[in-house]
Design a protein around this ligand. Sequence first.
Ligand code: DSN
Length: 417
Amino acid sequence: MLKHLKESDRALYEMVHEELARQRQGIEMIASESFVPYEIMELQGSILTNKTMEGFPGKRYHAGHQVIDKIESLAIERAKVLYQAEHAVVQPHSGSQANFSVYAALIQPGDTILGMRLDHGGHLSHGSKVNLSGKIYNSVFYGLDPRTETIDYEELEAKAREYRPKIIIAGASAYPRFIDYERIAAIAKAVEAYFLVDMAHIAGLVAAGVHPSPVPYADVVTGTTTKTLGGARGGFILSRADLAARLDKATFPGVQGSMHMHVMGAKAFTFLRAGTDEFKAIMTQVVTNARVLGEALKAKGFRLVSGGTDNHLLLVDLRPKGLTGQALEKALEQVGITVNKNMIPNDPEKPMVTSGVRIGVTAMTMKGAREEDMILIAGLINEVAEKVSDTEALQQIALRAREIALKFPLYPGIDED
Ligand code: DSN
């Protein structure tokens, strides 16, 4: 791996190897992470990076597009087939960029958008005031029902009727439950709003058919090819055919310039792989692992926001353990278990402290972890929670965490040249 870099930039080469060792030896549980197959790294490191290209297949602003047209068309066709969508845009550099393309396509600056509160699990690009989406557009929010900690659809409807948004956004970064797309679509129709679903976190689960698809209900669906899709680092958009031209134009020249052809190649492979039985088996295991981990943590006295999970992640309320998210994240990091602190609904703590952690199982499942490993990991998380300040105990737990991580070789032999 990186044999040329090894000669020309030893310091950077060693940093990459240091990170490889961290990924191999650690228990990775950041909910937006996964481990990509070799093909993704090959494509993202390929000569495709050399080509500058703007426009769309058959209508380009640079010459030499014969092969590039074929690759982009392949990625588009595979995305459409995978999600049974009428149109796909595969140029967005990220999920956030994809969302901005949708806004640029469908609404004007100053128009109102209705999204899920960031501190209830929504995403920055859904109108947060600290994000450009909340500065350009007039953003209003819905949240969770405090009793069930699931989306408060009545509040969503009331806000939709009060503010008459031009777009209603569903989708989240830290929401462990199914979303009732049919119900939100009906609300959007009643107030004549577009319905956008950002399925970035669950795109792999949807592709595998282990999570309901928003495509039949939404006007537009955005996603990323990372996270549960486990592929290229980028975004994409799906829509009905009648919105195709507006979404294309909003992406280029509206929001982006040239596209990233090496990532485009990797996206084409991502969409192919996500349609295989092997991928479906991994996603099925992701859902099982998340459920088993959640039950095991509950048995140890942790509280899960909404009581459980339907997808790849858990939102854990640490107040019953007398801990903040910041304290547990730090202690877990010391033993090689990587999670992120996360606000829980109506969190009394500040965003850099929080009362919760978000735990995802995609990466470890892609490495090969199964139910029995989830139970062991839950046990370790509990031990850490009970000994956050006991350095000696944490050192002992770290040895056991490393043993679990090393059961699943990551990219064996990749560092041998
Ligand atoms: N939205 C961030 C996350 O969920 O971790 C990054 O994709």
